[in-house]
Design a protein around this ligand. Structure first.
Ligand SMILES: [Zn+2]
Ligand SMILES: [Zn+2]
Length: 443
């Protein structure tokens, strides 16, 4: 059974979710959808149309990739990357175009050819969940942001996990754009000392956020006057997930569609965590601006914590130095890692090892992320594995209070009675960040 749909879009249709309904009869076992659009580019930038598929009850996946020819297959046994296999309920389905970017210029013509099959399919593959060796309270190093072919990455799940093993990480997280299709496979690859974690990258027209620690998709489409980012954040948290604003100061449209954080109602609003370091530090992701945005939010009295994410999409250039999260967690488990990140018990580093703490009057250690309740507000940082000429800086209320030459390792204490918050940065001679702690709050 064959169906054909066609249409035209102009720049007026930018940033829309455009439905195309079609009917799947009883007994169908397989759908093949061919999609084509032209022109793919105008003078400077590509037009970016991505697809989402809905059955009569639920979303069946998203392929966040903008190629001018796309093929989707969904059957009872298999599905194209980004989409979900399973039974094909009869009724009205929707193949939706997400118009991430339609440039000024000639209109974009598109067509769908849909084939519905009824042949018996093979059995679906079942992934069994992998397990790591149990480990208790301690420091764990890992990544919270990565992609595969299930959205716009160039490698499969094994590639991402291999990258984590190569960097001897304790945990690695799959966050494909608006899909959870690879999470069963990701969960199957937890083994020995490497914990695989998951969620998705909420990818909207006006900003990206990580939805960590959940295994179901929810309606990710922010719609003016209908569905807000705060509402979606609330739903992610109700499922036990963690919401992290991603790369807030990345360039936005048309360079990177939707990548810059543009939600006035969450600047930072109720957000508790922000990814201030995306990819490698001297990348085009405007990390310094993101870091300064966070410092500004802290100065406004918001208590929110920072993360780093490689946002890796495929085999990287081997000369790049990535930052990872160093998390003090109760155990090596997804729940414990995310709990620690919610509390700011985490520093971000591409190599230097840091300990940053205060001592309260009752002799209790105050760690990064915590409130310093001691009478004498003393904080101490010790560092190792720095480069000789790195600089260690104490930042108080956004200002550099003191800068020391690292000389690979050392220790220093400061009195910070007048401060609202303080943290420690390590920077190289060029000023690029090599590590930053989460803050200790003073008052
Ligand atoms: Zn993103
Ligand atoms: Zn990403």
């Amino acid at each position: 059974m064959q169906l054909h749909i066609e249409g035209t879009l102009t720049t007026q249709d930018n940033h829309r979710h455009i439905s195309h309904n079609f009917v799947v009869p009883e007994g169908a076992t397989k759908l093949d959808i061919d999609f084509e659009y032209a022109p793919n580019r105008t003078e400077k930038y590509g037009n970016l149309l991505t697809l989402s598929l809905f059955d009569p009850q639920t979303e069946r996946g998203t392929g966040h990739r903008g190629q001018p020819k796309q093929h989707i297959m969904v059957s009872t046994a298999e599905a194209s990357p980004g989409y979900l296999l399973g039974s094909l309920p009869a009724g009205t389905w929707d193949i939706m175009i997400n118009s991430n970017l339609i440039n000024d210029g000639p209109p974009v013509n598109y067509q769908f050819d849909i084939a519905i099959g009824f042949e018996t399919q093979t059995e679906a593959k079942i992934w069994s969940r992998g397990t790591t060796l149990p480990r208790g309270e301690g420091w764990y190093r890992g990544d919270l942001h990565g992609h595969t072919i299930h959205s716009d990455g160039s490698w499969d799940v094994e590639g991402l996990v291999g990258f984590a093993r190569q960097h001897q990480l304790d945990f690695v997280t799959l966050t494909d754009h608006n899909t959870i299709s690879a999470l069963p496979q990701m969960d199957s690859l937890s083994a020995d000392g490497l914990l695989t974690m998951g969620g998705f990258e909420l990818t909207t027209f006006y900003g990206h956020a990580l939805a960590l620690g959940i295994r179901q998709i929810l309606d990710w489409r922010v719609r003016p006057n209908e569905r807000t980012i705060a509402q979606i954040k609330g739903e992610i948290e109700a499922l036990g997930g963690l919401f992290v604003i991603a790369h807030p100061m990345a360039p936005g449209d048309p360079v990177c569609t939707g990548c810059q954080w543009g939600y006035d109602d969450m600047m930072p609003g109720t957000a508790g965590v922000v990814e201030v370091w995306n990819e490698h530090w001297d990348s085009t992701s405007n990390n310094e601006e993101s870091l300064q945005l966070w410092y500004g939010w802290l100065n406004q009295g918001h208590r929110l914590y920072a993360t780093v994410g490689t946002d890796i999409h495929g085999t990287p250039d081997s000369t790049l130095e990535f930052g990872f999260n160093n998390v003090f967690a109760e155990a090596l488990s997804e729940v414990a890692i995310l709990k620690a990140i919610r509390q700011g018990h985490n520093y971000l580093s591409s190599g230097p090892k840091l300990a940053f703490s205060g001592t309260s009057t009752v002799g209790k250690t105050v760690m990064m992320g915590d409130h310093h309740d001691g009478q004498e507000k003393l904080v101490t940082v010790s560092w190792e594995a720095c480069n000789v000429d790195d600089r260690v800086r104490l930042i108080v209320d956004r200002q550099v209070k003191e800068e020391l030459v690292a000389e690979t390792k050392g220790e220093h204490s400061w009195k910070v009675d007048e401060a609202h918050w303080c943290l420690v940065e390590v920077r190289d001679l060029k000023g690029n960040l090599r590590a930053v702690t989460n803050p200790i709050f003073i008052e």
